[in-house]
Design a protein around this ligand. Structure first.
Ligand code: FES
Length: 173
């Protein structure tokens, strides 16, 4: 390649120079466009995921709101039960520590005519003495007598030796 130093510019040099300037401009505008597009995409993504973030926050608050201390696990030996109220003071419930060491909890208003249901330790069942209605301790399903619907199940959780009610499940509406 020839050395062009100290030589006058030709017309083609001027064309090259203009092309170079145009290329620099193109690059600058392309970079700016890219940054704008990237920022726009970030904002759009942020906005589109906002409802999920808000829902997660609300769920967390609701979980905390629904959490309710029932008892210390040490105060509830295997084969015993304790009554509590959940999720409101008007709704009575029963927490059972089964002989096998599981925790089972249900709202204990009988689904026949609302008498209170009790834990029968000998047979490990839930009994409604009013009309001899029986419910399965493992899932709250009616197994004998007049009740046709299961008891609402309450989810429990043990944290640092304390049993909490955390949610209620209606399974058949
Ligand atoms: S109220 Fe429970 S069996 Fe009738």
């Amino acid at each position: 390649m020839k050395d062009k130093r100290n030589k006058p510019y030709t017309e083609s040099d001027m064309v090259n120079l203009v092309n170079n300037v145009n290329r620099q401009e193109d690059l600058r505008y392309n970079r700016r466009s890219f940054l704008k597009a990237a920022a726009g995409t970030s904002i759009a993504l942020g906005l589109s995921t906002l409802p999920f973030s808000v829902k997660a926050m609300v769920d967390t608050f609701e979980d905390e709101e629904n959490r309710q201390e029932i008892t210390k696990l040490a105060d509830l030996p295997k084969g015993s039960s304790i009554e509590f109220h959940y999720p409101t003071e008007e709704e009575s419930a029963l927490l059972v520590h089964t002989k096998a060491g599981e925790l089972k909890a249900y709202n204990n208003a009988c689904t026949h005519l609302m008498c209170p249901v009790f834990y029968e330790e000998k047979d490990e069942v839930l009994l409604c003495p009013c009309h001899k209605g029986y419910f399965d301790l493992n899932n709250g399903h009616p197994i004998a007598g007049p009740p046709q619907r299961e008891l609402p199940m309450i989810e429990v959780e043990v944290k640092n030796g304390t049993v909490y009610a955390v949610d209620r499940k209606y399974r058949h509406g």
